[in-house]
Write a new protein. Sequence first.
Length: 262
Amino acid sequence: MQDGGWGEALKGASLRLRRLGRGVADLILPPMAHDSPEATASAGLTPGAWSRVVFLEAPVCDGCGAAFEADGGTFAADRCAACTARPYAFGRARAACVYDENSRDLILRFKHGDQQQFGPLFARWISRAAADLIAETDAVAPVPLHRSRLLSRRFNQAAEIARPLARSVGRDYLPDALVRAKPTASQGGKSARGRRENVKSAFAVTEAGARRIRGRRILLIDDVLTTGATGETCAKALLAAGARAVDLAVVARVRTARELTM
């Protein structure tokens, strides 16, 4: 066996040992539900919270991840009318669930409540919802925060999802390839046009990042897709720097994220 073969064998053995150790630890100290002090079979949500989250299942629009009301069969269009008329700069998008009062509470606790334990959980949700995108991606990159926002929040929520996701699927993780070059106001409360203007020219690819993304398909990770303005601006920066293609995966999307009137 060549050296590369030994390396893969050792990596596999190490992964199996970690899983065994985690299983033994869970028997002694059962992991707690993130939304409650109840112990669960695996770290996640209590059954009640889980049942209230509206997970998005196929068929979904290939361009924005919106759920189709029905499966149109083999000859059905793979994109909604809005994505057909005006495609995003990113090629494809997937969302794990609908952004509503139930998922919003979990995401806000993660984003503003310093509850970073939600990161690996959301990574698992995305790995399921975006499995087809992950199969074709070369590297995973989070939507960045500006350093001033990072200082106040202390962590980048997109990075806390992207890191365990990349590790679990065996893809390169690129935390610093894309940067937020200028501070922007919160997107909350802004119209679709206002959101696009707010993030216009806000993102840039670093010199080192350009070398790592050139010619590769990048999976961009964020927490919520509202209008797609942030994801689109990031995708444009990555594509301009030489990425072969950019896809987007998020924890949740609002139901009206994509409309022809926008």
